[in-house]
Design a protein around this ligand. Structure first.
Ligand SMILES: NC(=O)c1ccc[n+]([C@@H]2O[C@H](COP(=O)([O-])OP(=O)(O)OC[C@H]3O[C@@H](n4cnc5c(N)ncnc54)[C@H](O)[C@@H]3O)[C@@H](O)[C@H]2O)c1
Length: 254
């Protein structure tokens, strides 16, 4: 790291990332570890969480694993009690919703969508906030979506849940500012991960990619660079913002 990069460092910060067992969460974990952070890898899937932890350890930083369903607050909180200080919280855990018209969205599917994204982010934040307030410092990065910005014709439950995340971001930015806690959200455009591969066949992904103004779709690390920036001192005066790395996708629609 050269001297110009010193503010981007996350040296000795402790970062909890929910849903860090794969996709974007794993990418965030590895990049932030490379920038000097120790990572608490939270995920419902213990094997995937352990794999991410291995990748963090390979960077030379520490990794803790917290296996819980983010909706199960008791298990999450009891895991937290053994973790100690958290400087940065990345609310990332999520489930996909692409490809469902309103008629196909049952009460069960609807509840899962809102439970994981909305309830999960809300109560994870509520659980970690007291220690951030006590230190008068903290950074919270939520995960919204490009679909919260423009909606989607086959994922209204997902777009609505992600819009709620934008609402949390702006509200918490105001509410937590007196404690020097910043709250921002990343709103990714389409990124090929397990989630999106489950709903979008390769030919559709290729067709979408061909429409990107910047010539390609975002990769996980493109989103992680924004998240790591929002976690760094570079953004100490940035709060309440929803930032969308999307390869220009928001310009052309999707
Ligand atoms: N991939 C995209 O195009 C895209 C675009 C915009 C926003 N997002 C958002 O980014 C986040 C990460 O998505 P991804 O593409 O990496 O998905 P992914 O499916 O690859 O990874 C999601 C991770 O979250 C975990 N998870 C799911 N439910 C959980 C729960 N209840 N408790 C704890 N962990 C849980 C999974 O086990 C998995 O490891 C999600 O919030 C998603 O909505 C993704």
């Amino acid at each position: 790291m050269n001297s110009l990069d010193t503010r981007q460092t996350l040296e000795n910060k402790r970062v909890l990332i929910t849903g860090a067992g794969g996709g974007l969460g794993r990418s965030h974990a590895v990049l932030m570890a490379k920038r000097g952070a120790d990572i608490i890898v939270q995920d419902v899937n213990s094997e995937r969480a352990a794999e991410t932890a291995q990748q963090v350890l390979a960077t030379g930083r520490q990794a803790n694993v917290l296996v819980s369903d983010i909706v199960d607050l008791d298990t999450f909180c009891s895991g937290l009690s053994e973790i100690g200080q958290i400087d940065i919280l990345v609310n990332n855990a999520g489930v996909g919703g692409l490809g469902r018209k309103i008629e196909e969205i049952t009460a069960e599917i609807f509840d899962e969508m809102f439970n994981v994204h909305v309830r999960g982010s809300f109560f994870a934040t509520q659980a970690i906030l007291p220690q951030m307030k006590a230190r008068n410092a903290g950074k919270i990065i939520n995960t919204s979506s490009i679909f919260a910005m423009g909606g989607h014709y086959e994922a209204s439950h997902y777009a609505a849940a992600k819009s709620a995340i934008s609402g949390f971001t702006k509200s918490w930015a105001r509410e937590f500012a007196p404690w020097n806690i910043t709250v921002n959200a990343v709103a990714p455009g389409f990124v090929e991960t397990e989630m999106t591969r489950a709903s979008t066949p390769p030919d559709k992904i290729a067709a979408l990619e061909s429409t990107m103004p910047l010539g390609r779709l975002c990769k996980p690390q493109d989103i992680s660079h924004t998240v790591a920036w929002l976690a760094s001192s570079d953004t100490d005066m940035v709060t309440g913002q929803v930032i969308s790395p999307n390869a220009g996708q928001v310009i052309v629609g999707y």
